[in-house]
Design a protein around this ligand. Structure first.
Ligand code: MG
Ligand code: MG
Length: 252
């Protein structure tokens, strides 16, 4: 039984605030990424910012996850641990970050190029970002949940890349992970109907090669089975009468 919690306008406003802080952190990290920086340094920057805002990192301690950000370079898909290895020119690094403030969560991810990346890698990032935009565009009142999944999958596969199936997007609110689960593949027109006030984290994970992933011995880090690159983009959105609203964006 899927119970999708519909938020009041006042609750969506709190999530707008949480989302804008998440977006500010990711923007700051994006500006810091360059060859030589480590993911541990990025993790510390994110954590310091949370302390400053009196916001709580959402991932640290979640199921025992040990860091503020998930840092997943190159063939790492999601849930990577920050470490002291310097990022190299030509790498990509997926950074996933969430926080909770005033009782509500924001959750967003971006894949960031390190220095100069090659054309195929640029195309991977572009297509993954576009697949997220396609998924968001399908999040309209009266639509079906799986319309989002299908929109993501179609964009990814028409570009010749593959969608990761082991991890999914999710409802979000007072909890980091609420119903429903949102796979990044599937036929349209299925599952619950979408309603104004639903808040969802949509998050395609896209592989250059095979769709398969495996989890390393740390119990968290997911890597591609073929060692090829993977990208991840995520936004927390609210479904409104006027269509989808991205909550994880910087409010000027
Ligand atoms: Mg996330
Ligand atoms: Mg998420």
């Amino acid at each position: 039984m899927t119970l999708i919690i519909v938020k009041s306008p006042a609750e969506v406003e709190k999530m707008r605030h949480a989302g804008s802080l998440v977006a500010e952190v990711l923007q700051m990290l994006r500006e810091k990424v360059q060859p030589g920086i480590t993911t541990y340094e990025l993790d510390q920057l994110a954590e310091k910012q949370c302390v400053k805002w009196k916001a709580r990192p959402a991932f640290k301690g979640y199921g025992g996850f040990p860091f503020t950000i998930c840092a997943s370079p190159n063939d790492r898909v999601v849930h990577g641990f920050a470490n002291h290895d310097p990022l190299q020119n030509g790498d990509i690094v997926s950074v996933d970050f969430g926080l909770i403030v005033d009782g509500f969560h924001g959750d967003s991810a971006v894949t960031i190029p390190v220095g100069e990346i090659d054309l195929e890698t640029q195309r991977l990032l572009q297509v993954t970002k576009e697949s997220l935009e396609c998924g968001i565009a399908a999040a309209v009142p009266g639509g079906y949940l799986s319309d989002i999944s299908n929109a993501v999958q179609v964009r990814v596969e028409q570009a010749g890349f593959s969608v990761v199936r082991e991890f999914v997007g999710h409802g979000i609110g007072r909890k980091l992970h609420e119903d429903p689960q949102i796979p990044n593949y599937g036929a349209p027109g299925r599952g619950p109907r979408l309603k104004s006030g639903m808040t969802l984290a949509i998050e395609p994970m896209v592989n250059v090669g095979l769709s398969g992933v495996r989890v390393l011995e740390d119990g968290w880090t997911a890597v591609t089975v073929d060692g090829k690159l993977s990208a991840h983009f995520e936004h927390t959105i609210a479904i409104t009468d006027n269509g989808p609203e991205i909550l994880t964006q910087v409010i000027k």
